[in-house]
Write a protein that binds this ligand. Structure first.
Ligand code: ATP
Ligand code: MG
Length: 276
């Protein structure tokens, strides 16, 4: 069954429980013949107090979607709201303040400052904002992520996984209302990955925070409440209460559809939202 995006945007958020929302979100890179349509008129609602995962093939627009929802990238067309605030059209200064005060972002590349040590990186956004960290919370974040004995190390002195955990701690340190995480477990061993996922899960369940996470790993997606599937810049499917097995099966189906589309000489996978 095909569902009209106008009457139901993927995400299932109730009117009062929307942490972030996009309508007709379109993002094109480049111009002329080299234009890449990274997002193609996406409608989505991110429910407050839930853990949403975003999956899809490489290049399907996952990072672009997160960047646009977080106000880190401008959009080509469409509108984005953070809570009740429309962020498309905000001046850069207002946007900077909003990002700083309300959003935590874990980038696919860690984006740590090389000249600062771990704890300085973790508290940097708050230092810039002139805010005092909640020490008890900060301690909890640092211990959960196993960073206690690495706080004085600079990024170059840390392993990839440790840098990932510092980036995770930085996103969580100010207790933002909305956390975006782009493949937060991509560089971690399974144990450290599980710890990060449990931490994000607890942040949602115990602290009412909202998490949106991009992942390629069905096991990681299984920690979420809802998976949104992206293909070719569109949300083509969603899955409530995912299990690793169900996510894996669903992803296999996309591969089949993609293969069929390629054979037919049409690379756009126009999959309708089917509910089962
Ligand atoms: N700055 C840019 N300039 C030009 N094209 C870009 C830029 N950033 C992304 N793209 C293109 O937009 C599309 C979506 O990219 P995006 O990074 O959102 O994909 P993704 O789903 O996050 O992929 P991955 O799983 O590999 O991280 C890709 O085709 C990519 O090449
Ligand atoms: Mg990406």
């Amino acid at each position: 069954m095909s569902t009209s995006a106008a009457e139901h945007a993927p995400g299932h958020a109730s009117a009062d429980g929307i942490a972030a929302r996009a309508r007709g979100l379109t993002k094109a890179y480049g111009s002329g013949e080299t234009t890449v349509l990274a997002l193609d008129s996406v409608d989505v609602e991110i429910a407050r107090g839930r853990f949403t995962a975003v999956m899809g093939p490489s290049g399907s627009g996952k990072s672009t979607l997160m960047h646009c929802l977080a106000g880190l990238d401008n959009v080509s067309a469409g509108q984005v709201w953070l809570g009740d605030t429309e962020i498309t059209g905000l001046k850069e200064r207002e946007l900077t303040r909003l990002r700083r005060d309300r959003i935590g972002f874990m980038f696919q590349s860690f984006n740590l400052i090389p000249t600062l040590n771990a704890v300085e990186n973790i508290t940097l956004p708050m230092d810039i904002a002139g805010k005092k960290p909640d020490e008890k919370w900060l301690d909890q974040v640092i211990d959960t992520l196993g960073l206690r004995d690495r706080l004085k190390h600079r990024p170059a002195q840390l392993s990839g996984g440790q840098q990932q955990r510092v980036a995770c701690a930085r996103a969580l340190a100010s207790r933002p209302e909305l956390i975006f995480a782009d493949e937060p477990t991509g560089n971690l061993d399974s144990r450290a990955g599980l710890e990060v996922l449990s931490f994000l899960r607890d942040a949602v369940d115990d602290l009412g925070q909202t998490v949106v996470m991009v992942t390629h790993d069905p096991g990681a997606a299984a920690h979420s409440d809802l998976v949104l599937f992206l293909a070719d810049g569109r949300i083509v499917d969603e899955m409530e209460r995912p299990t690793a097995e169900a996510v894996l099966e669903r992803m296999k189906r996309f591969d089949v559809i993609r293969g069929q589309a390629d054979t037919a000489g049409d690379t756009s996978s126009d999959v309708s939202l089917d509910k089962d």
